[in-house]
Write a protein that binds this ligand. Sequence first.
Ligand SMILES: Nc1ncnc2c1ncn2[C@@H]1O[C@H](COP(=O)(O)OP(=O)(O)OP(=O)(O)O)[C@@H](O)[C@H]1O
Length: 489
Amino acid sequence: MNITGLSGGYGGPPIIESMNLHIKQGEFFGLLGPNGSGKTTLFKLVSGSLKPETGDVSLQGASLLTMSPVQRARKIAVLTQETNVSFDFTVEEVIRLGRYAFQKGLFKMLSREDRALIDEIMALTDTERFRDTSFFRLSGGEKQRVLLAKALVQEPEVLLLDEPTNHLDIRHTFDMLNVLKERQKTQGLTVFAILHDLNIAALYCDRVGLIHEGKLQETGPVDIMRRSERLSSIYGVETWTQSHPTLPRPQLLMNPKKQDESVISLHESVTVEADRNLVKISSPKPLRTISNGVAGEGIQWIRHIANFHVDKQYSSRTPEADMKAWLEKRSLPVEQSIGLMTAVKTEMAVIRKETINGIAFTAVVTAGTGNAVDITYDGPELEREKIGTINTFLAVDANLTDGALVNACMSAVEAKVQALRDEDVRDPQTGTPATSTSTDALVIAATQQGKRTPYAGSGTPVGRGIGRIVYEATKEAVRADRRWKETHA
Ligand SMILES: Nc1ncnc2c1ncn2[C@@H]1O[C@H](COP(=O)(O)OP(=O)(O)OP(=O)(O)O)[C@@H](O)[C@H]1O
């Protein structure tokens, strides 16, 4: 579909101005833009319900604007916001109207193929069970599905959808878009949809166009939605992009108006308790964390970190389920907790609270080194003892970006490796200096207070602070583990 030099509106100054847009056959194109930006007006111009002042809309070279309504209906179907059904029709009667342009003869009879198509589309849109119900009696979302069915039985080349998922719950939103995707794939249907939900658009569209004040500001693959500043300025809302966890597509996050945020003192408010069963760290305010915990892995907002003592013999096929049960037993909300495990005596945890370069840090380390590993060892696979883990928790009173959290992990690991070297911890199998144990865990937690910083590596005060405190705490934990082993040998 080619939109060329299209301008038009409602008699006053044009709402759509000199618009050019090419939508490929079989493409799912999403039109995005704030309220009043001209999306519906553009649709009216394209579908012929509003006469353009200048320009043209053509489909494979043939102008849509000069076609008769019946000719146009064979090419293009429209699903608008208005549920413009004037008579008290049943659902099936409404859907049948979609075949009108194809019906032949004086009495416009439905052919056998028409009926089969109607049945197929009704099944696809989950509207069969309303077949004989009055359209007026349906809910908003049910009406929307019936109107989609009506548009699909029209077997158009292009389907224009004005906010098709309005009124739909999440399941029906995904059902509807999946149906459209399926038609796109199997029938080569071209979809041109106005979508208000930017995250839904990012999941389903092949390309998107961002319209503002009647003009297309950006057109491209959904990745253009990563241009947060552009989106923020057009919508007037602060937006952030992040990646979908399993799909290579962006997702947007919005910030509400700044609320009064309480400020905590890391050393006074974040508590650390260690006993025979666990080391528990709790914060009154959620901390931004990055970790490889059995529970709470990845980047999260977390209030509790629990490092549980497990028996040397502990071995389980369901460590996540075990961890969940342990957290629950301790009345720690699983969704707000990170769970780690260690065979080390948790009451021997090294706890350090320090202020370095004016920044508050808390480090908690439990270290068992029986299973120390030289990660650089290049040789045959070695039979290793499973026991022995270094679990490092590091909290910092800083406001870190996700990149800085990664930096902070690097700083903590570099410090740990240096501590192992200086304590002459060796890989018992190879005899070479160890760099870790085979099951180390790390939690970095930031208060997200103060100025935001994108760096926490060795070249920054935050990174140097992490280095110093983790180095000292790890050395102390390694020594404590050795002393315990010597006295209990
Ligand atoms: N029938 C009309 N007569 C005069 N002006 C209109 C008419 N319909 C819409 N407009 C104006 O045209 C501009 C664009 O409206 P349009 O409905 O195209 O926006 P939209 O992007 O679809 O908005 P929304 O997201 O709110 O549906 C608005 O300023 C609106 O007031």
